[in-house]
Design a protein around this ligand. Structure first.
Ligand SMILES: [Ca+2]
Length: 480
């Protein structure tokens, strides 16, 4: 049967199921109101998934040495679990968000970078995204902020926008970046209007309004800030909070992150106001490492973030590109103030949230992520992942020392197992190409990946490279 008809049948089945569940939920709520005094106790947890954009690993005081006060994100960490060794599946927006919202390595559907267009994303479109699982179960689902999952700029919502992928409602920017100023074009369910305030504040306003509307029923909110992605736009009042920061660009970055923390704080306060903080899972993570601060990095992603002591930035499979701050808060269900140091992935968010809500995983969609709850609660003392792999299109300078651009069929790869990290740069993808040598780093003594010790540990290189090649053979070839 043609793929299109299969798609139509699946979508219709989803609509029918959703309608039945909505009736059921209404009936249950009505029954509860006759039996109890006050609001019916909601059993299924709400979910808020917060994503920041291009933030530096060390720009949050809980993760590094930062001059930026972030009391709201600090609060999440103090009331939840902080993951020191969390990774995204790609060092760049589109691919990373695909891994997050499918619970899979995006290489399973041929994605190795920021790739657009119907022909190249057709396999991705067959995947059931995380919000669709919640929508099917009768949750009210909303997307606020950046999408960047089906195209860029003008192509963004022509096909497969948020409301076609599991969201009941969406207020968003188009493309991978946007101006932040009041008046910037934003889109509510696809219809354009001028932003009435600074964008990072607007996302907070919209998130709070959604919580006000949806708090009486289970809801799923994907709050994807475009902060602190360039362009470097901060409110004067926020920049003025950093008089001691001499670098003007860094001062702007600090103001942008300060605004994001303020916006997140409003959302957390709103949960408290409605008395639903204890029944709401909040996950925070960053989509890829901070952009660089020199002309080596593309202007559109140069944001003066600080990844130190990690090496590399956005675009790199080095730690600075793929290791990210991640926090999960769910009072009474995950420990407060705990730090979890084993290897975890953004792919784990999907199964963790689905199973926390008592929902079913998609049987036809093989999950690469795992449910983290048993691990962080100490019920499972083993590792969520023995290893994690990365393979992404290489971004190389146009000219020596010049800005970078993506290179088709030239990839960077890496695998981490325990504290060992194997890295291979600028491999030409093709049947007759010989791959450059692997570099090996010991993250337990060299978190900055400065000293290649491959020569001293040939057995380790052999073991990890074999694991990587087995993983790669199980993925779909690149579609670019
Ligand atoms: Ca990004």
């Amino acid at each position: 049967m043609p793929v299109y008809f299969l798609y139509v049948i699946r979508e219709n089945r989803r609509c029918i199921l959703r309608t039945l569940l909505s009736f059921l939920l209404v009936a249950v709520a009505a029954t509860g109101q006759t039996d109890t005094k006050g609001p019916a106790k909601q059993s299924r947890p709400n979910v808020i998934l917060i994503v920041s954009d291009d933030m530096g690993y060390s720009d949050l005081p809980k993760f590094g040495k930062s001059e930026i006060p972030t009391p709201s994100i600090d609060r999440l960490a103090e009331e939840g679990v902080l993951f020191t060794d969390a990774y995204v599946t790609a060092p760049i927006c589109v691919a990373s968000r695909m891994g997050l919202l499918t619970g899979q390595y995006q290489q399973r559907f041929g994605i190795y970078g920021n790739i657009y267009g119907e022909d190249r994303t057709r396999l991705f479109r067959r995947q059931t995204l995380l919000p669709a699982v919640f929508q099917d179960a009768g949750y009210r689902t909303a997307h606020v902020g950046k999408w960047h999952l089906s195209g860029n700029k003008r192509m963004q919502y022509e096909t497969a926008g948020p409301c076609e992928r599991g969201f009941d409602e969406s207020v968003a920017i188009r493309g991978g970046d946007s101006a932040f100023w009041e008046g910037t074009p934003v889109f509510r369910n696809g219809k354009q209007f001028p932003a009435p305030e600074y964008l990072t504040d607007l996302w907070g306003t919209e998130a709070c309004a959604f919580i006000d509307r949806a708090h009486a029923q289970p809801f799923f909110l994907y709050l994807a800030y475009n902060a602190v992605h360039s362009p470097m736009h901060a409110l004067d009042g926020d920049r003025a909070k950093f008089p001691k920061v001499e670098d003007e660009n860094r001062r702007t970055y600090d103001g942008m992150l300060l605004a994001m923390d303020r916006s997140i704080g409003r959302v957390l306060d709103r949960l408290d106001k409605h008395g639903i903080a204890d029944n709401t899972i909040v996950v925070f993570l960053n989509d890829n490492g901070g952009g660089g601060s020199t002309t080596r990095y593309a202007l559109h992603s140069r944001n003066f973030a600080n990844n130190k002591p990690l090496r590399g930035h956005k675009f790199d499979v080095l730690e600075g590109g793929v290791r990210v701050p991640m926090i999960m808060r769910w009072p009474g269900h995950v420990p407060a103030g705990k730090s979890y140091g084993k290897l975890v992935s953004s792919m784990d968010v999907y199964p963790t949230l689905v199973q926390a809500a008592g929902l079913e995983m998609q049987k036809e969609q093989e999950a690469d992520g795992v449910d983290l709850l048993p691990f962080i609660n100490g019920k499972n003392q083993s590792k969520p992942h023995e290893w994690l792999c990365w393979q992404n299109r290489s971004w190389s300078p146009r000219t020596p020392g010049g800005p970078v651009k993506p290179k088709s069929k030239i990839h960077n790869s890496a695998i981490r197992k325990d504290h060992w990290k194997l890295v291979r740069m600028n491999e030409k993808i093709g049947p007759d190409e010989s791959a450059p040598a692997w570099q090996l780093y010991d993250l337990s003594t060299d978190i900055g990946e400065r000293k290649d010790i491959a020569d001293q540990h040939e057995d380790r290189v052999k073991e990890l490279s074999a694991l990587f090649e087995t993983w790669r053979a199980s993925m779909h070839p690149t579609l670019e």
